[in-house]
Design a protein around this ligand. Structure first.
Ligand SMILES: Cc1cc2nc3c(=O)[nH]c(=O)nc-3n(C[C@H](O)[C@H](O)[C@H](O)COP(=O)(O)OP(=O)(O)OC[C@H]3O[C@@H](n4cnc5c(N)ncnc54)[C@H](O)[C@@H]3O)c2cc1C
Length: 371
């Protein structure tokens, strides 16, 4: 009989649990600090759960080489097959984003979580604080069972209010792993000298992230001006590239507000109509009338990002050098780390859940020696 502990019943932990429970000789103990399981999975994709993407680009992750290696082991098609074997039907949109066909994230949680199974032991409202290896077996806090394998799948404090995140992943201190500090990612930017009255303006743009005279990344889509900064999916994606920069000096956004016409001449339009109100969102037009600016290159100096509370994921976590390609920890036999708690984060569009599920699938294959 193999005893396996999973720390964290999020996307990665639940997927792994479901797979392991298929093996009657595996006793699976799931430790979860909350009363409910799969909280972020349920919140994902606005409650629809964008589970993965059919066209994952390795450059969409902060470690493209590691992503390439991962994709050789688990392709999006392989993950699709795995979900379909569980009985989940899937739907892909025109951009390759894959959702449960129910368009309801709870469906996925209900399918993955089977605490009634005889070999499943749910230990809810238990925040793991200590891990120790004694005579080749792993011990968790003062829990009276010794484990052959322990999978660390406890994610990051992204989207969590600060009072709840003080002790996050405290058990990692026992292992002295290299862990990069968590920084908010897939999050809005705060802007220097921000024209607050733009709050509420939503408009389509081509958005560039620049550092000095270097273009870091370009995305097209809708942005939303908020009370204290700027957000929207294109901005969230730019924040992922911003986090990869070793220094954040001299970073600015440059928005082309005339995304649809590269030959548009604002000056000629102004000369002819004495206004841009037929061109720009009314709030941007009001700004222009106060002080004209280059509508193809509207610059906003970045002062930082919103806090972790507002982030969809965290940049940072356990250094990838600490894990083997099968997600076992190099220095600790029997220990594995999967999902967002590793220093791997991706852009919007199903990249982060893909990593959570794919890393769990690989760990499962190693633990059970199954393909
Ligand atoms: C609002 C929102 C929308 C998102 N939308 C998408 C999307 O559409 N597509 C996408 O790909 N990604 C999306 N993401 C990101 C995605 O949800 C996460 O990357 C993914 O859930 C990470 O899975 P995980 O299992 O690694 O961690 P989590 O899902 O965070 O699970 C970790 C679990 O561990 C528990 N835990 C933590 N510490 C302990 C401890 N010490 N002891 C016991 N339990 C512990 C936590 O309570 C949690 O249940 C979104 C995130 C947010 C916040």
């Amino acid at each position: 009989m193999t005893r396996i502990a999973i720390i964290g019943a999020g996307a990665s932990g639940l997927f792994l649990t479901k797979k392991l429970l298929e093996h009657a000789d595996c006793q699976v103990y799931v430790f979860e600090r909350c009363r409910n399981v799969g909280t972020k999975l349920r919140a994902s994709g606005g409650g629809k759960a964008n589970l993965f993407n059919e066209h994952i680009d390795p450059d969409g992750y902060n470690h493209p080489d590691a992503a390439r290696q991962l994709l050789q082991q688990v392709s999006p098609a392989r993950l699709r097959e795995s979900f379909e074997q569980m009985g989940l039907t899937l739907f892909s949109d025109e951009e390759g984003r894959v959702y449960p066909s129910s368009q309801f994230s709870q469906t996925v949680v209900d399918l993955l979580w089977e605490p009634e199974r005889e070999n499943c032991h749910a230990i809810l409202e238990h925040e793991v604080k200590h891990l120790e290896n004694r005579e080749g077996k792993w011990h968790i806090d003062d829990f009276p069972v010794a484990f052959d394998h322990v999978v660390l799948a406890s994610g990051t404090p992204a989207n969590m209010i600060s009072k709840n995140r003080k002790e996050y992943n405290r058990f990692l201190d026992d292992l002295s792993l290299t862990v990069h500090p968590f920084q908010p990612s897939l999050v809005g930017f705060t802007i220097e000298d921000y024209p607050k009255f733009l709050a509420g303006c939503r408009t389509r743009v081509i958005a560039d992230l620049w550092q000095g005279d270097r273009l870091i990344h370009r995305e097209a889509g809708e942005v939303t001006f908020k009370e204290d900064g700027i957000s929207g999916i294109v901005i969230l994606n730019l924040s992922a590239y911003y986090n990869r920069l070793p220094s954040k000096e001299n970073c600015f956004l440059q928005l082309n507000l005339i995304y649809h016409d590269e030959h548009f001449n604002a000056e000629a339009h102004w000369q002819r109509f004495h206004t841009l109100k037929g061109v720009l969102h009314p709030k941007l037009n009001a700004l222009y009338e106060q002080k004209p600016f280059d509508v193809n290159h509207f610059k906003l100096k970045i002062s930082g990002t919103y806090a972790i509370d507002f982030a969809q994921v965290c940049h940072g976590g356990i250094d990838l050098q600490e894990v083997n390609p099968d997600f076992s920890l190099k220095r600790f036999p029997g220990l594995y780390a999967t999902g967002e708690m590793l220093d791997m984060d991706g852009i919007c569009g199903g990249y982060n859940l893909f990593f959570a599920f794919a890393s769990a699938l690989i760990a499962y294959q190693t633990i059970t020696c199954k393909p």
